[in-house]
Structure formats: C-alpha cells, structure tokens
Ligand binder design. Structure first.
Ligand code: NI
Length: 267
C-alpha cells in the first residue's frame, strides 16, 4: 500500500467517458483524512481573516458587493496567495492528474486556480443554476474543468452539487445577475429544466468535476453544518473565438460597479 503522502486517486476509462458524455463526474475521495483536517484549518483561517478583501479577493457571491449584512455565500479567490503551501497538497496533485485524464491534456500544460465558496450553516443561500463559462472572457474558447472538493459531507440539504447531464455539449445560456442586481456577482439562468438534475452527494473529502458549460446548482444549506467547498479550476491553453460571444451581463456588472464607485480589480 502506498504511503499517505503519496496518496493517488485512479480513474477508469469508463469514468472518463462518462465525464465527456455528461459533463460531470463525482468521486468519493480525492485526498487523505489527515490532509482534509489541515485544509479545514486553513480554510477557516482564510474566512476568519476575510483574506484579500481589500484586493477584491473576498466577497459575498450571493449579495451586493460591499453589503454589511450577514453573508449568504462568501468566497475567497486565490487562497494559495495567502498560503502557498496549498499548491503542494495531495489535493492539487490529484486534481491535476485527474483533470489531465478527463480533459485529455498533458498535466504540464494545465494551470490551476483556486477559490473557496462557503455555504454557512442554516444561512447559506442557493447557488442558482448557471454555467461557469458565463463568467469568462467572451473572446476565449475554454479547455478547462472545475474540481469541487467538499471539506464537509455534502448532501442535497447542505448544498451538494447538482448537474444537468449533457448540458456541457450545448451553448452558453442567457444569464442574468441574481435578483437582477448587477452589483451581485453571482449569475443565474432561467433557461433550464431542473427536473433533469442529477444530485451528487459526496462525503467529506469527496469531489465532483464539471465542464465550463455544465449547468449546475446547489440548494440552500438548511443543515446545522457549514458546507465548505474548495474549487480548483484546471485550464489548458485557450484559443480565440472567431466572433466574441454576446454576454451583456458582464458589462452590466462593470457599469454598475463604476456607477456605485466600487473599484474591482478581479472578477
Ligand atoms: Ni459554478
């Protein structure tokens, strides 16, 4: 048996084929119990510090920028800026190896960017249906996926990931900002049939993978336990579209921020 510090996760051809067909995959474990405990400590410290708030790297994804109320969906962008050791974790390494197989791109050509999204106990709001690509540069053709590690047991009630199978093969839907408020960074689409959703509960230390176009959702956290997700976006080289995609919700947000006098360096 391999030592814990060399913990590796395998993936079958069948899982790769499932991911490419459906746009998502879940696995029961991506790191060790020991590392999970240390990740939880780092995670809680980052949220306690509101790490990077002045640089626009910490904010509430589900409520207007700069609001003073209780947070419904706080997130930390670039946690490894504060704790570079995160890049040396088994989680990073396994996420890289698995992403390489799922995307069919050499690991050496992949970049990894981290973010943490927390759904507080009994107060975490839903993450409405959306496709991640709606947030991205409309000039780019993406070659990426997101790895979503849950530090807590994720159930439907606590906000596990739910996906629409096959949506990865379709276009980017029309999106709008939550509450039609462009000061809320979170996007949503109404162009979805939630009855087709597949929920992917995972134990603590389990992970899901999804493509930039896979429609996904998490329900509000109605449990007494926070739902801490640590996401790694693994990206291969992008190429440029012939025609820039039409995503006016991005300009709406920039305009609303400028009007409100809120400077945001990172989106
Ligand atoms: Ni998303």
């Amino acid at each position: 048996m391999e030592s814990k510090s060399n913990y590796r996760v395998g993936i079958t051809e069948k899982q790769v084929a499932f991911f490419r067909e459906n746009g998502f995959l879940s696995i029961q474990r991506i790191t060790t119990d020991e590392e999970l405990e240390s990740l939880k400590t780092t995670y809680d410290e980052l949220f306690r510090r509101r790490a990077g708030e002045e640089q626009g790297l910490y904010y509430d994804l589900g409520a207007p920028r700069g609001h003073k109320g209780r947070e419904v969906l706080p997130q930390v962008l670039g946690p490894d800026i504060h704790f570079p050791n995160l890049r040396q974790t088994l989680y990073y390494r396994n996420a890289l190896e698995l992403s390489s197989k799922l995307l069919g791109i050499e690991a050496a050509s992949l970049n990894q960017a981290g973010l943490m999204i927390m759904q507080p106990a009994r107060y975490g709001c839903e993450t409405p249906w959306h496709q991640d690509e709606a947030y991205w540069n409309p000039e780019d053709i993406l070659n990426s996926l997101s790895v979503w590690l849950s530090l807590d047991a994720a159930t439907v009630e606590s906000g596990c990931m739910q996906f629409i199978p096959g949506s990865n093969k379709q276009g980017v839907r029309w999106h709008r900002h939550i509450d039609n408020n462009p000061l809320i960074h979170g996007l949503m689409t109404d162009d979805v049939d939630p009855s087709a959703a597949i929920a992917c509960p995972v134990p603590a230390g389990g992970a899901t993978f999804h493509s930039p176009r896979t429609l996904h959702y998490t329900a509000p956290n109605t449990t007494g336990q926070s739902r801490r997700a640590y996401i790694l976006v693994c990206s291969g080289p992008t190429s440029k579209r012939e025609k820039v995609a039409h995503r006016p919700w991005q300009k709406e947000e920039r305009d609303a921020l400028a009007k409100a006098g809120i400077e945001v360096k990172v989106f």
